[in-house]
Ligand binder design. Structure first.
Ligand SMILES: *[C@@H]1O[C@H](CO)[C@@H](O)[C@H](O)[C@H]1NC(C)=O
Length: 274
């Protein structure tokens, strides 16, 4: 009896007194985001015909323009993605068009963390972690190195050269899933501890199954603790990065995004529960 009441008392003590509130949740609506216009002929819209959960979802598109030299962003932006030192969960559901052309492979980005480093004079907008498709494989990456105002830049735009206290950037990519299909929803959840030294961590789940887990790694640049935004949508980066050329024949690309969350617990970033 004594043991029972003791267990009960201890159990009650460990109950959380307040319910954690996700810092950001979007159920597939155009409200609550920073107002950022799509580039080129891109579109961003709230739709009701293709949704993951609830009554609305977000549809983003991009169209290839021959001869156009600039970028192709159609993204929804949440400004408080992370600052170095944070640990947060991020989640969203995405779906590629039924008839998505996977071959020949070219890079299409669907989520990223990015900040403006123009003041360092070594770069402008620098994305750290990105989530992107190349062929049927979904990848993510970490970016390490240093971007601090007042430090020398690497010569000849060699972003990887970190010698002598210079600013520098290095990326390392890893595959998350190799058999991505069109017309199917994928529920993405990330848990990231953002560190520039070897105390960071990076975990990813797809539809609740853990597909990536790394501990004791650097996961971001050494910076002055500035805020990175978290962006979801479509950034057809391959059309810009591959010498402004489109591979294959599908110059119109459609992606759907729904149930986006950021918070301190897994469920804040689980598209089935947020
Ligand atoms: C992920 O879950 C959704 C919703 O249950 C389902 O429609 C979809 O097929 C799943 N995707 C995969 C790759 O299993």
């Amino acid at each position: 009896m004594l043991i029972q009441s003791l267990t009960l008392a201890l159990g009650l003590l460990s109950l959380p007194t307040t319910h954690a509130v996700p810092e950001f949740a979007n159920h597939g609506t155009t409200s609550g985001w920073v107002d950022v216009k799509p580039e080129a002929q891109g579109t961003k819209a709230e739709v009701t015909n293709v949704v993951y959960r609830g009554t609305t979802g977000l549809k983003v598109t991009q169209t290839f323009i021959p001869g156009y030299q600039d970028r192709y962003h159609s993204e929804y932006v949440y400004n408080n993605g992370y600052k170095r030192g944070d640990t947060k969960f991020y989640g969203f559901a995405f779906r590629l068009a039924d008839a998505w052309e996977f071959d020949p492979p070219q890079s299409f980005n669907i989520a990223q963390f990015i900040a403006d480093f123009g003041d360092t004079k070594c770069d402008d907008w620098s994305p750290t972690t990105m989530v992107y498709l190349r062929g049927r494989t979904l990848y993510s990456r970490v970016k390490t190195g240093q971007l601090l105002p007042g430090k020398p830049c690497p010569p000849d735009n060699d972003k990887g050269d970190c010698s002598g206290g210079k600013n520098c950037q290095n990326t390392r990519e890893f595959a998350l899933k190799t058999d991505i299909d069109g017309g199917v929803w994928y529920r993405m959840t990330f848990q990231i501890t953002w560190k520039s030294d070897a105390t960071g961590q990076f975990k990813t789940w797809i539809n609740g199954t853990k597909v990536h887990e790394e501990f004791n790694i650097p996961t971001t640049l050494l910076d002055d603790n500035r805020e990175f935004s978290f962006r979801v949508g479509l950034y057809a980066n391959g059309w810009h990065d591959d010498n402004h050329q489109m591979k294959g024949s599908q110059g119109f690309r459609q992606v759907w995004i729904d149930e986006v969350g950021v918070g301190s617990e897994f469920k804040d970033a689980d598209s089935d529960r947020l």
